[in-house]
Design a protein around this ligand. Structure first.
Ligand code: CA
Length: 728
């Protein structure tokens, strides 16, 4: 029977239950990260991952139950405000909660809780709060007096506080992974209101005596756009560098710190809004002990008005960078998310990224030679990496090429859907690199070898099976037991399985599997959509005035009309029910009209702010849909922008609004961060491998048909189109 487990499996990539998944996978993690509770809030106003409470005649300033965000900062751009009144007949407490970044699930050994405080005026030590930790498994903790750990805090300066974890844990065994929040709470009653700021709350190793860094950052460029300036620098690999700190001047003389960046990135996007004069930048390094180096040289740039075409170039280029300088360096392939694990490659996202890199070469963001060098690295790595009957796993370790069972021990083998996303990109690349020289010939030959070795037919499980299966494990075989049934993102999997020159499945499986009319398939679809609409593949209902020929529910999340169609040109693909450009366009239009109607009255939704699809959320990743059950109140730029071929005008309106109105939260060096939820005043801190490239690639298909033309030029692809259309 198809139960929630099955639904979960479909969402497997989409990590329904992040907490559960990560607890399973944590054992395989090798990378160690700092456990940081607060660095900066992406949003103004209040900090989503906090909780502020008071009772009686005590008081704690809050914005909708959360701590206010203050502009004065130790690490720019902001800090958290603790403004309180401690009364005999009352109590207040403020929790700064830990929010796990996907994949950042193993932590460095730590000795101290460290944070920085800024006192608004002279405050008697008695008036300072208590500090404690909140643990996931018990509420046994020690409260310590903040005053005991401050020796000399002058007003109006930032002072570091270190509290040994041994003072904060009741049990001798400290397990920092279990700490869910750092709590500031009322100490002694005091007659006046007190205001102080807190910043950069984290667990750190004990004080070290590392030498301060001598070298300074090397700025390499400053480039202005309509609303922002991108500054870039030479990538720094010294692990003693904690942050790059960015300073800006609007008059060329007075510089203020505006942001910090992780050394994993070699650029920063500074949202200035339109400026009439040049904007200047300089940088410093902040080391692990918070020593700051001297300044780099200064570079300046001008913001300027931009045409629609220039805006498209800009958005395509920034999202492409995720796969270029944001790649896993050994393989040249895409990470699952950034920030996240720095060595774990996601194979499907890499396939999307491959098409973004081709776009970049075609548009001149990089040279063809640079693209060739990259694809030699990619294809060499892939030909040596783990495969299971020719099928790649969902996740690979970029340093070893071995499978990473990130979603749990059962997922330690081949993933046919991820492999189809990867092959879609590689087949487009095989057509793009058409040069006669050795390098381009080698790229083509390696891709052909990888393509020919994918045993699509093995993933049929039995010779007469109607369905393809998502996974196979070398030691647990078909244990996940997930049949591929459309409508969803797996059309490309059936398509390529039928197209294979060496291990193909019969074209009849398009109808017996993907578009199956069996009772089992109907139950599967009904479970997915939580409705019988579209349960027999064809739909036929009208939503928001638009008739939908094919699709579950009222069309599902928008990635259904993106992932399979980055290469597969829907204009050229018909089955006995519909033409898929027409069908996809309707799914995008239903999504748009739902957001215009906005029945749940979410903030911001409208004709220029729409795009419900799968993305990161306040608690975990969800696949959002345009209906009241599936609309979680968060929007994703890739939803609207990867729909450019279907809804060009509404997608352009969304591009401008996402960039101009919300860019200061959402838009960064790798393009748009994954999602934004205005009701909760929340913006995702991560860029997602699955979501950046579809923006670049689908805008390119809208502008020039490039990836569609390349992918469709493969003779095997043309063959599959013919084979499927001959089955009736
Ligand atoms: Ca800060």
């Amino acid at each position: 029977m198809i139960i929630d487990v099955e639904r979960y499996a479909l969402l497997k990539l989409k990590l329904l239950a992040a907490a559960l998944v990560f607890s399973i996978a944590a054992v395989s993690a090798q990378e160690l990260h700092d456990k940081i509770f607060f660095e900066n809030s992406l949003m103004d106003g209040n900090y989503y991952y906090s909780q502020a409470e008071y009772r009686g005649t005590s008081w704690l300033k809050n914005v909708q139950g959360k701590l206010p965000v203050a502009e004065t900062a130790f690490t720019p751009g902001n800090s958290l405000e603790l403004n309180y009144k401690s009364s005999e007949e009352g109590f207040w407490s403020a929790a700064i909660q830990y929010h796990e970044l996907r994949g950042r699930d193993a932590f460095k050994e730590a000795d101290d809780l460290s944070f920085w405080i800024y006192l608004d005026g002279a405050i008697p030590s008695d008036a300072l709060p208590l500090v404690s930790l909140s643990l996931s498994e018990s509420f046994k903790f020690e409260s310590v007096k903040l005053a005991d750990y401050i020796s000399n805090a002058s007003p109006k300066t930032w002072t570091r506080v270190r509290i040994p974890l041994s003072a904060l844990f009741k049990e001798r065994n400290k397990d920092i992974a279990k700490v869910e929040a750092v709590i500031f709470s009322q100490g002694t009653a005091f007659k006046n209101e007190v205001r102080l700021l807190i910043d950069q709350v984290e667990f750190v190793p004990g004080a070290s005596i590392m030498m301060a860094l001598e070298k300074v950052p090397q700025l390499t460029s400053a480039k202005g756009y309509e609303q922002h300036v991108d500054v870039t620098w030479q990538k720094e690999t010294n692990s003693f560098v904690k942050y790059i700190k960015i300073y800006r001047s609007l008059n060329g003389k007075d510089f203020i710190p505006v942001g910090i960046q992780y050394p994993q990135l070699s650029g920063y996007t500074d949202f200035t809004g339109p400026q009439s004069a040049p904007v200047s930048y300089k940088l410093t390094y902040i080391d692990q002990n918070y020593h700051e180096t001297n300044f780099s040289e200064v570079m300046s740039a001008n913001t300027h008005a931009m045409t629609d075409d220039e805006l498209l170039d800009m958005i395509q280029q920034s999202n492409f960078r995720y796969y270029w300088d944001g790649c896993e360096p050994n393989s040249g392939l895409a990470l699952e998310n950034i920030p996240g694990r720095t060595t774990m490659i996601a194979t499907g996202a890499s396939g999307f990224g491959i098409m973004a890199i081709i776009t970049a070469a075609k548009r001149g963001f990089i040279s063809r030679e640079q693209a060739v060098e990259r694809f030699l690295r990619i294809t060499d790595f892939l030909s040596k990496a783990d495969r299971f009957h020719g099928v790649f796993p969902h996740f690979l370790d970029g340093t070893t090429g071995k499978v990473v069972p990130f979603f749990g021990n059962r997922d330690n083998g081949g993933d046919l859907v991820e492999t189809s996303f990867l092959m879609q990109g590689l087949l487009a690349a095989r057509q793009y690199f058409n040069g006669k020289d050795t390098n381009e010939t080698q790229i083509r030959n390696t891709i052909t070898k990888l393509w020919n070795e994918v045993e699509w037919d093995w993933y049929r499980r039995t010779k007469d099976s109607d369905f393809l299966f998502w996974h196979w494990s070398p030691d647990q075989a078909w244990v996940i037991n997930h049949k591929l049934i459309g409508w969803n993102e797996t059309m490309i999997t059936y398509f390529l399985a039928i197209a294979s020159p060496t291990h193909s499945v019969p074209a009849s499986m398009y109808y017996s599997g993907w578009a199956s009319q069996s009772a089992e398939a109907a139950i599967y679809r009904a479970n997915w959509g939580q409705t019988t609409d579209g349960a027999s593949y064809i739909n036929g209902n009208t939503y928001h005035g638009i008739e939908l020929p094919v699709g579950v529910s009222n069309g599902g999340p928008l990635f259904f009309v993106h992932y399979s169609f980055l290469g597969l040109n829907p204009h050229q693909f018909n089955d006995k029910y519909v033409n898929y450009f027409e069908n996809n366009k309707r799914i995008a239009e239903i999504n748009l009209r739902y957001c215009i109607e906005n029945p749940l009255k979410h903030k911001g939704y409208g004709g220029d702010f729409w795009g419900l699809t799968a993305s990161d959320g306040v608690s975990y990743y969800t696949a959002d849909e345009p209906n009241v059950k599936g609309d979680k109140g968060k929007l994703t730029a890739t939803g609207a922008l990867a729909s450019f071929p279907y809804t060009p005008e509404a997608s352009m309106q969304a591009l401008k609004n996402y960039y101009r109105t919300y860019g200061k939260y959402l838009y960064g060096y790798y393009g748009f961060r994954d999602a934004i939820d205005l009701d909760n005043n929340w913006c995702s801190p991560i860029y997602m491998g699955l979501n950046q490239a579809p923006i670049t690639v689908m805008i390119e298909n809208y502008r020039s048909n490039l990836l569609w033309d390349l992918f469709m030029a493969n003779p095997e692809v043309q063959g599959a189109v013919k084979k499927i259309s001959s089955v009736r």
